[in-house]
Write a protein that binds this ligand. Structure first.
Ligand code: CA
Ligand code: CA
Length: 511
């Protein structure tokens, strides 16, 4: 007996009418937004993004349904990207001041938006006073000078070592050519200094945690030592602030990622899901896309056990090509939206790189992947130096904000669904029905179970039935079609448009 036919129009209204602030949000349920401050929003007219500019966009970020910010390096640095630090206790003047940072943290806290900052401690800048002091000492033959022990010097030429200018010494530099000497992380003085740095940012400034740069390079080709050092970082940070959240950049496969989790660090970016060859994009290209996606999810869940507080999936970041380049082909806008939905349905704390919400493009040279944000009538923030290709395939922010069919509006719906229904983000997964092009899975959290039905097909409408009773329904389509959910006495029928997704709450005890 057919009781109801719920169409997407009313469901979208439901989703849009509930603001994230009203929704139940468990402490750990975070939709993270990665911001390259340089390219995000300028406040003082020099065209370069800064902290005050970012603060002026907190309403925008909150409206999009993000409640966590990862800020790329903020500390003083000679480079535009600032991964080579010359002072670990300050803000680069290009971005503002420590006072600006404290105001940003307070404003974000007031909105329940967490802030984590990039912490590059594998290396400093070659212009850091520590390194300059060490080099001066070496030039005078004072190899026993304390700062010499802060880096890794050798008189033998070795792989990933660079010449110390004006001497017959070499220094370890895992990231060659960037003036980024590796710190000697075995030195207790260096570890004490790192503890002070953690205390400064967590305590004095008040950030919520860190994104750890280049964790597989702490000790080159030595996972055990890397894991031990990560454990030191996690334990030190947690002893300073129990709620600290740390996510590490280990650009590697699933097995090695699983080993790194033994360090106790909260999370590591799920690189196997990201980029063109990652399983979100590759599943979409597969002959049996739903099967391919599920096979990959099962591998992830086996390697990194549920629940998902620890998974941090992402599609693209400042080092990778942007999503529009991953999912080319016909129906480009629908495929971009669908890829974002899949990333958010992997489970865990999903990250989205700034500019993805307007479908910015970028590949090749690093600066191309870090273009200035196009706000529309307010103007476009400057590009970083070295851009060789600039492309904005879709409309700017102000236009997409007003367009209910835009990528931005779609990402907002996905984010809000995750905040309103934490089980979608963090629940335990079971696969109920997996076909070539469709799947139904459940996510269960704290006694609530949700059915998630997904149509991977670009062309076919899908009709899927599942036993159970419904409480309420969310549904959205990358194609902005009219996916529907029919509810019967003892079963539910999903009628999904191409790239359609529906989420249904199962009635308690109704299965
Ligand atoms: Ca500025
Ligand atoms: Ca290193």
């Amino acid at each position: 007996m057919k009781k109801t036919l719920l169409l997407i129009a009313c469901l979208l209204l439901m989703l849009l009418s509930v603001s994230p602030a009203q929704a139940y949000v468990p402490v750990n349920n975070t939709n993270w937004y990665e911001v390259f401050v340089y390219s995000f929003k300028d406040s003082d007219g020099d065209g370069i993004g800064d902290l005050k500019g970012l603060q002026s966009k907190l309403d925008y970020i909150e409206d999009l349904g993000f409640n966590g910010l990862w800020l790329m390096p903020l500390m003083p640095s000679p480079s535009y990207h600032k991964y080579d630090v010359v002072d670990y206790y300050d803000i680069d003047p290009q971005y503002g001041s420590l006072q600006d940072m404290r105001e940003l943290v307070a404003a974000a806290n007031a909105k329940n938006i967490k802030i984590i900052i990039d912490l590059p401690v594998n290396h400093s800048s070659s212009r850091h006073p520590w390194f300059l002091e060490a080099v001066e000492a070496l030039k005078k033959g004072r190899t026993d000078h304390p700062k010499v022990g802060w880096y890794v010097f050798s008189q033998e030429e070795q792989t990933n070592f660079s010449r110390v200018f004006g001497t017959d010494w070499y220094y370890e530099e895992q990231f060659q050519g960037g003036g980024m000497p590796d710190l000697n992380l075995d030195n207790p003085e260096v570890r004490d200094e790192i503890k002070n740095i953690l205390a400064f940012w967590l305590g004095d400034v008040g950030v919520d945690g860190f994104r750890l740069d280049a964790v597989t390079s702490f000790y080159a080709k030595d996972d055990e030592k890397n894991i031990a050092f990560l454990r030191f970082l996690q334990e030190t940070a947690t002893s300073l602030k129990t709620s600290t959240f740390i996510v590490g950049e280990a650009w590697t496969g699933l097995n090695q990622l699983a080993r790194y989790y033994q360090s106790g660090v909260d999370s590591f970016f799920l690189f196997p899901a990201s980029q063109a060859e990652g399983f979100v994009a590759s599943s979409m290209r597969a002959r049996r896309p739903a099967q391919a996606f599920v096979t990959n999810l099962q591998k992830v869940y086996e390697a990194i056990p549920q629940p998902f507080l620890t998974l941090t999936p992402f599609l693209s970041n400042h080092d990778t090509g942007r999503t529009v380049g991953l999912v080319q082909g016909r129906q480009a806008i629908e495929r971009v939206k669908f890829a974002h939905a899949l990333n958010n349905l992997i489970g865990g704390l999903a990250f989205t790189y700034y500019g993805e919400e307007i479908g910015m493009a970028g590949s090749g040279a690093d600066p191309n992947k870090r273009l200035g944000m196009d706000w529309g009538a307010e103007g476009k923030t400057n590009n970083p130096p070295g851009v060789t290709q600039e492309e904005y395939p879709f409309a700017p922010v102000d236009v997409q904000l007003e367009d209910s069919k835009s990528i931005l509006s779609y990402i907002k719906k996905v984010n809000r669904l995750r905040l309103m229904v934490p089980a979608v983000a963090l629940g335990q997964t079971e696969f109920v029905d997996v076909q070539d092009n469709t799947l139904i899975m459940t996510r269960a959290l704290e006694g609530e179970t949700y059915f998630i039905a997904i149509n991977f097909s670009a062309r076919e409408e899908a009709s899927l039935a599942v036993n159970g009773l419904y409480d309420y329904v969310f549904s959205f389509d990358a194609t902005d079609g009219m996916s529907a959910v029919e509810t019967h006495r003892d079963h539910i029928v999903f009628r999904l448009q191409p790239y359609g997704i529906a989420v249904v709450k199962a009635k308690q005890g109704g299965e």
